[in-house]
Design a protein around this ligand. Structure first.
Ligand code: ATP
Length: 312
């Protein structure tokens, strides 16, 4: 069983508006509302792969209820901390081939909320074999919150933790003595973390991952969008290449990649198969209109087209 954490989930609303007008009334007929947040995308894809997952995090209010209902519809087990505040809406307006987003920051949590969540997290850890932590933290929880979750998971419960976040939370996780089992940064996240423009070349990535903060992390999967991934597993480096495919919507591919990685690690697949699985779920997500959604019946076809090369 994999535990997928989303600390600040949302109801994602997309409005299709042909001619979007500023400072005027826009009427919408095509509306889509889904349970959103990076960890929920991870949970959905794991479920679609046929693996066991439980979603957790913090939510509240009628929007929180909507999120739980959506998860139940997808037959995803959940156990969230309920708070007396509303979860957030995130709105995407699709107009003239463009996408304008309006993202609420969500509730501000108290220290007591943080403690209550950690108590729930500790309990859930006894039933799971792997944890994924995705996305940003809600306001009120310090940037060291994920670092604490990694320590509780790995040091206290002995459960490996995959972290997919960015900015200060990621820096705090990477500069702590207890390292996560796996991370999945993209080039922008690496650049932001190191304060330099990271180049996509293999030699540059090898050099970047030699930094002190990356030592002790078993799996580092640097995802490169349509170019696949560059990976450090233990002391070895791998270049993973993927076929050219018709992309419908790439949003959430990173989350689908984390889902594939988690499911493969839980199944103790070989290094090569683990990387092929993670790339395949990422690719399958780009082929669907929905975010954090894959058609698993296409898995084998694309899995066979991924190439993993061990570098010297
Ligand atoms: P997001 O933030 O949208 O979730 P990300 O930046 O974290 O994405 P990406 O590196 O864009 O993650 O994509 C993750 C994986 O998804 C890639 O390694 C690849 O397997 C697949 N993928 C993404 N974009 C494409 C594409 N254009 N063509 C084929 N595969 C893609």
């Amino acid at each position: 069983m994999i535990l997928a954490v989303t600390m600040n989930p949302s109801v994602d609303i997309s409005y299709h508006i042909q001619d979007f007008k500023l400072d005027d009334v826009n009427r919408v007929e095509q509306v889509r509302k889904t349970a959103g947040g990076k960890g929920l995308n991870v949970a959905r894809v794991i479920k679609q792969m046929g693996a066991s997952v439980i979603a957790t995090g913090v939510l509240g209010g009628t929007l929180g209820d909507f999120i739980i209902k959506e998860l139940t519809k997808s037959q995803i087990e959940s156990n969230f901390l309920n708070i007396h505040q509303e979860s957030r809406n995130c709105i995407a307006i699709l107009h003239d081939g463009k996408q304008t987003e309006i993202l609420e920051s969500g509730p501000t949590l108290s220290l007591a909320d943080g403690e209550a969540f950690l108590a729930k997290y500790r309990e859930l850890l006894s039933d799971v074999t792997l944890v994924t932590i995705s996305g940003s933290l809600p306001k009120g929880l310090g940037a060291k919150f994920y670092r604490e979750m990694v320590e509780i998971g790995q040091e206290i419960a002995g459960v490996p933790v995959i972290v997919d976040t960015s900015g200060e939370s990621l820096r705090q996780v990477l500069t702590h003595k207890v390292k996560p089992f796996a991370i999945k940064p993209n080039i922008q996240e690496l650049s932001q973390l190191l304060g330099i423009e990271v180049e996509q070349s293999m030699s540059s990535l090898k050099q970047v991952l030699a930094a002190e903060m990356f030592q002790g992390i078993e799996w580092i999967v640097v995802s490169l969008g349509g170019d696949g991934a560059f990976v450090r597993k233990g002391g070895n480096f791998y270049r993973v290449t993927i076929p050219k495919i018709d992309v419908v919507n790439p949003v959430g591919s990173g989350d689908a990649t984390v889902a594939g990685l988690a499911a493969a690690l839980e199944q103790k697949q070989s290094v090569e198969d683990t990387l092929k699985t993670a790339m395949t779920t990422g690719m399958l997500n780009t082929m669907e209109a929905g975010t954090g959604y894959i058609d698993y019946s296409k898995f084998q076809t694309f899995f066979q087209l991924v190439q993993v090369e061990k570098l010297d």
